[in-house]
Design a binder for this molecule. Structure first.
Ligand code: MTE
Length: 332
């Protein structure tokens, strides 16, 4: 097992005898492709964009490779957000409300041992160790835009596989309609819990067909390495067509249920955060417009020209049919 440490306090040991031989070889191939991209032979291509991310980020966490995803829409061609921005401007309220709090404070998060319990309306309920989950399906690299309800967005190369792979293993029963995602709560290591701002644990939910959509990602890494703690180590969800808060970090439980889950944000402010929370520029948040967004790291900082937000965050071709016939103004 190779555990590299970094000097900025983000390192976390990872039970990563996990990098199986196949993944290791993939990683080497990936690095070779990067070298080609770096000499500019493939400007604008996937390889050179990865090289950009890589040069902005000397590897310090355990490597976790993924092969470029073949899922439709999974490899955005937008310019990648730098690793530095993606790992230092975060929302993870268990560690505080300021964007810099998670990077500063999440080093206390205990990510090993880690289990994710799958329960409720499934034929095969199970408690998965992180090692089991890492082996469950081959790792893919997915380049997703993620847009926060607050009006900023990032483009991140995630590593993981479709949540559908896990769902198929546990065999939902006929009456399972929704999934409830419960994330870690540990008062000893999470200073944000004391704020009482949310009714912890942080709970999110998806309809079963949304959870089964191939774009819905169970993610273990980003930028070719395991997730930094502030980004939701050791395992999180990434649902790219919904506002970022639907993507629960540091998952510990997935529950299959018949009734619409009551999410942490719906409990805190039901008039502001609906269950669906699909990115929809024509539905304003009660306190601000959702028509435009600021891409983090873009030249000009806070004064940079905003870009128009796209319906379903640009993933309409892939997910629009999930909502056919639903009034997305009413079901926001
Ligand atoms: N998951 C947990 N457990 N706690 C949180 O506070 N914040 C959400 C989501 N997942 C949050 C969470 C919000 S509001 C956003 S925008 C995304 O994580 C941000 O992910 P990032 O900080 O990794 O970009």
């Amino acid at each position: 097992m190779i555990i590299r440490t970094n000097t900025s306090g983000f390192e976390h040991p990872h039970p990563a005898e996990i990098t199986p031989q196949g993944a290791y070889l993939q990683r080497r191939e990936w690095l070779r492709t990067l070298a080609v991209g770096a000499v500019g032979a493939a400007a604008g291509s996937w390889a050179s964009r990865q090289a950009f991310a890589q040069t902005s980020r000397p590897g310090v966490l355990t490597a976790l490779a993924g092969t470029p995803s073949g899922v439709a829409g999974a490899m955005s061609m937008d310019k990648l957000t730098s690793y530095k921005d993606a790992s230092s401007y975060n929302n993870f309220y268990e560690f505080g409300f300021d964007k810099s709090d998670p990077a500063r404070l999440a080093h206390t998060l205990q990510t090993s041992p880690w289990t994710v319990e799958v329960e409720g309306l499934v034929k095969r309920p199970a408690k998965y160790t992180l090692e089991d989950l890492l082996k469950l399906s081959p790792m893919e690299e997915r380049i997703y835009r993620l847009r926060c309800v607050e009006g900023w967005s990032m483009v991140i190369p995630w590593v993981g596989y479709s949540l559908a792979e896990l769902i198929r293993k546990v065999e939902p029963t006929g009456n399972a309609k929704y999934l409830e995602f419960v994330t870690q709560t540990d008062a000893k290591t999470m200073p944000g819990l004391r704020s009482g701002s949310l009714d912890w644990p942080y709970v999110e939910g998806l309809r079963l067909d949304e959870a089964m959509h191939p774009l819905t990602l169970l993610s273990f890494g980003m930028y070719g390495e395991v997730l930094p703690k502030q980004n939701g180590a050791p395992v999180r969800l990434v649902v790219p067509w919904k506002y970022g808060f639907k993507s629960g970090k540091s998952l510990v439980k997935i529950r299959f249920v018949e009734k619409l889950p009551v999410t942490a944000w719906a409990k805190a402010a039901p008039q502001e955060y609906g269950f669906y929370s699909n990115v929809n520029p024509s539905v304003d948040h009660p306190r601000w417009s959702q028509a435009t967004e600021r891409r983090i790291g873009e030249e000009g900082g806070l004064l940079a020209k905003k870009r128009k937000t796209l319906m379903f965050n640009g993933y309409e071709a892939q997910v629009g049919q999930l909502y056919a016939g639903i009034d997305l103004k009413k079901f926001y």
